[in-house]
Design a protein around this ligand. Structure first.
Ligand code: PLP
Length: 218
């Protein structure tokens, strides 16, 4: 391992402090380093410093970047998934965070069976009910999670959300936590560069951080 780049060391330290402030074990928060669109020169120092969990939002782009380098990595798909890409996504990712509709649940269930692989799954919730954003609506979340379990034999391990950019994120994180708790889901993927400390205060078990680690995306 090499010396961590300053921005990486800073994010790791901030996660630790936010966890401690919330009386949580820093090890209970996983940093998902969001490498989408970043040049390899930005990613390599973070990888060399020991980071092993990365997030990508497009299947083809992720495969181009990480194919052949995935041995001891954990790769999260955090962008919308079309059901016709379920096959590649199941084959390539360790965690799929954007399960949000029955058509996709069916496609994933089929591929899990065919491939004998079991990527961990998160249900994305559109907590801000934004029309342009993916995710199941909060009012539909319980029924969708139940359908995943009973109709498709899928066992999501948690929930994911992306709060509206222009609103304080706290209430959205709280809502996601409430939906997870009443559905017996232990994991919460929430918080990005601008709000990961708040997310940790509200119980995030993983935070998805891109620009604070790697610099602004072009
Ligand atoms: C790009 C992206 C992130 C990272 O955003 P930053 O603000 O750069 O940290 C997190 N989550 C999702 C779903 C993303 O698409």
């Amino acid at each position: 391992m090499t010396t961590p780049p300053p921005a990486y060391a800073d994010v790791v330290a901030r996660i630790g402090r936010a966890a401690q402030a919330a009386r949580r074990d820093p090890a209970s928060v996983t940093l998902v380093a969001v490498s989408k669109t970043q040049p390899w020169e930005a990613i390599e120092p973070v990888l060399s410093a020991g980071q092993r969990v990365f997030g990508e939002n497009r299947v083809q782009e992720a495969m181009a970047r990480w194919e052949g380098r995935t041995a001891d990595l954990t790769l999260h798909l955090i962008g919308p998934l079309q059901s016709n890409k379920a096959k590649e996504a199941v084959a390539f990712f360790d965690v799929i965070e954007t399960l949000d509709r029955e058509k996709l649940a069916r496609a994933l269930a089929d591929e899990l069976q065919k491939q004998g692989r079991a990527p961990r799954l998160y249900v994305q919730v559109n907590t801000g009910e934004e029309p342009q954003k993916a995710g199941v609506l909060p009012a539909d979340a319980d029924a969708f999670i139940a359908a995943c379990r009973t109709t498709y034999g899928l066992e999501p391990e948690g929930l994911m959300c992306i709060p509206p950019a222009e609103e304080p994120p706290g209430p959205h994180f709280a809502l996601l936590g409430k939906i997870a708790a009443r559905n017996g889901l232990a994991k919460l993927s929430m918080g990005m560069s601008g709000d990961f400390e708040t997310a940790i205060r509200f119980g995030a078990t993983s935070v998805r951080v891109g620009s604070a680690l790697f610099g602004a995306r072009s």
